[in-house]
Write a protein that binds this ligand. Structure first.
Ligand code: AMP
Length: 288
């Protein structure tokens, strides 16, 4: 079937109503576009599991801070639709900010209904350096769920805090869908694939794989019984390229993002760094 590109909410809702009437299951893959093989893995997983697949492409203004990269975020809609088509996506939904939030709306919670995750989930990791980010994420994801009425929604483990927060939102608000987590897709040298990798200079790109190497080193030490945070942190700093600035390296409980007092292999190991002015995140989920 041909991939259709819709820009309006009403077009998607109409199509979804038609699918629902026919008793078809719907999978949703929310993205900000600049699609790559990481996104492709989510779209293919959705294609496998669901009768119909919607992928949204929307650079969501309300999840960006005032000094973040909203304006320069890569926008490649034509190529995105092509890749979505190759992955068997039925509908690409690419709304404008105006379509999603209305004309001239001041994007603050003075005027817009927000969905805000619990403080304990956002006062750490990426939430610490990006205040309001997860409010913006949960709000747009909630809107996309209401627009596409998916039975399944696919999210990457790459954005671990986001995935855990969205699962929490779905549970707390009794939403009628299942979240399907998808493993991180990496480049051959281990760097987690990301739309933001395109910001890296050729020089910085060579240094970036040390982020994953540091995570692997830390996991290796934990598997040997090392549970001292300082030792683990030092070992990560030894592996990270010296031009990489560490924002955080943490060991959290996967169920509720609480920081683990005793580090074990059951913890999610999460890292955020700055390289060449580019913020990169990565993690290793516990096995099993
Ligand atoms: P983004 O467009 O960056 O907002 O990402 C959209 C979705 O794709 C999110 O659920 C991400 O976690 C997921 N994603 C991005 N990069 C990867 C990757 N390298 N591997 C797996 N999933 C990814």
């Amino acid at each position: 079937m041909e991939t259709v590109l819709y820009h309006t909410i009403s077009e998607v809702k109409e199509k979804v109503r038609e699918w629902k009437r026919a008793g078809l299951t719907i999978g949703l893959v929310p993205t900000m576009g600049a699609l790559h093989i990481g996104h492709a893995s989510l779209m293919k997983a959705a294609r496998e599991k669901c009768d119909r697949v919607v992928a949204s492409v929307f650079v969501n203004p309300i999840q960006f801070g005032p000094n973040e990269d909203f304006d320069k975020y890569p926008r490649t809609l034509e190529a995105d639709v092509k890749l979505a088509g190759e992955c068997g996506v039925d509908v690409v939904f690419a709304p404008s900010p105006k379509e999603m939030y209305g004309e001239g709306i001041k994007l603050s919670n003075d005027l817009l209904t927000y969905v805000c995750p619990p403080f304990d989930y956002v006062d750490k990791l990426c939430g610490k350096s990006r205040p309001g980010h997860f409010d913006g994420v949960c709000t747009v994801v909630n809107k996309l769920f209401n627009i596409a009425s998916p039975d399944f929604a696919f999210f990457g483990e790459k954005d671990a805090q986001q995935l855990i927060i969205i699962k929490k939102m779905v549970k707390d608000l009794n939403m009628n869908l299942e979240i399907v987590p998808c493993p991180i897709v990496r480049e051959e040298d281990g760097l987690a694939v990301s739309s933001r990798n395109t910001y890296l200079s050729a020089e910085a790109r060579k240094k970036a794989p040390t982020v994953y190497k540091a995570l692997c080193e830390v996991r290796n030490l934990i598997s040997k019984g090392v549970d001292n945070r300082e030792i683990l942190l030092d070992s990560a700093l030894n592996v990270l390229d010296k031009d990489i600035e560490l924002e955080y390296l943490e060991f959290v409980n996967i169920s509720d993002l609480s920081i683990s007092s005793k580090v074990t292999l059951k913890n999610l190991i999460v890292i955020a760094v700055k390289l060449d002015g580019v913020r990169l995140i990565d993690n290793i989920f516990p096995k099993g």
